[in-house]
Write a new protein. Structure first.
Length: 300
């Protein structure tokens, strides 16, 4: 496993392209049955990997029949999906056969929690590999292991999340009972010095509460730090309360609860009414609520 780059880290387009090229080289040099699938297919589709134990040098493939499964191929893990057929398979421009991005996402359902499937779906949408409508259509008509988990996860998916960490942040707040936030909200009547739009990772526009996830580059890149500072000064002058969140705030349940309490207190102060938090819901309980979490966000 590549220990230099955490699986959950948001990757730049260049890093995703580099990972795709490494994976493509592996696939072109190997012999295997079926179509490339699971993590390997996601690498070829250039989306961020989910945060789970992974081995870079394993090629995952899927066949439609147990008799086609080969167990002793070096560097290859063969899966079986009896419902797989040609409509689930496409090919890269270089000729590597692989699962469609919708099928590759669905193939991960037996390995991931609901929140991780949400994160992965939003990564696929963010990189324009699919849309929420196409994912929903796939789950509605196909039969595969983990289908119900996929169906539940799609109730929490929105288009517009700019990184896996923003997805994790949003789900953290929802699990504690906080009302929906708008994803990637463009603040009206305000702009950067060069006329660009000012956006917030998550926003409650009515109460003017904004939440921003700050990765390490927000601290180590002086230009980014200056832009952030100027942006937040402008927002503060317009009455916005901005909460900056880092990885530390999401590291464990006690910190996530503290973050939710902080945001609840800001809401209570602005509305003059107490804001009730819930004991953290499990991901399955959250998905079962079927609340309109996507308010204000495009479904893509």
């Amino acid at each position: 496993m590549n220990t230099e780059e955490p699986a959950y880290a948001p990757l730049t387009g260049q890093s995703l392209a580099q990972r795709r090229q490494r994976t493509l080289t592996q696939c072109l040099a190997a012999q295997y049955p079926g179509a490339v699938s699971h993590i390997t297919a996601l690498d070829l589709w250039m989306v961020e990997r989910p945060d789970m134990p992974q081995t870079d040098d394993i090629i995952h493939t899927t066949v439609h029949d147990e008799t086609l499964r080969q167990r002793n191929l070096p560097g290859v893990q063969v899966h079986v999906w009896q419902g797989m057929n040609q409509r689930h398979i496409t090919a890269t421009p270089e000729g590597v056969r692989l699962l469609s991005v919708e099928a590759a996402w669905a193939s991960m359902a037996v390995h991931l929690r609901i929140d991780q499937l949400v994160e992965l779906a939003e990564s696929c949408i963010r990189h324009q590999a699919t849309t929420l409508a196409r994912l929903r259509d796939f789950v509605a008509v196909e039969r595969f292991r983990g289908r119900e988990t996929c169906r539940k996860s799609l109730g929490l998916v929105v288009a517009g999340s700019a990184s896996p960490k923003e997805t994790q942040l949003r789900l953290c707040l929802y699990a504690h009972g906080l009302q929906p936030f708008v994803t990637n909200y463009t603040v009206p009547d305000i702009a950067t010095d060069n006329g660009g739009a000012i956006t917030l990772d998550l926003a409650d526009p009515e109460l003017r509460i904004g939440i921003e996830y700050d990765g390490d580059h927000h601290r180590t890149d002086k230009h980014q730090w200056r832009r952030d500072t100027h942006k937040r000064m402008q927002l503060s002058a317009l009455g916005w309360s901005i909460v900056s969140v880092t990885q530390l705030d999401l590291d464990d349940e006690s910190r996530r609860a503290r973050l939710a309490m902080n945001i609840a207190m800001i809401r209570a102060r602005k509305t003059g009414r107490p804001v009730r938090l819930t004991t953290p819901l499990t991901w399955r309980e959250l998905a079962d609520c079927r609340r309109p979490w996507s308010r204000g966000a495009s479904e893509g």
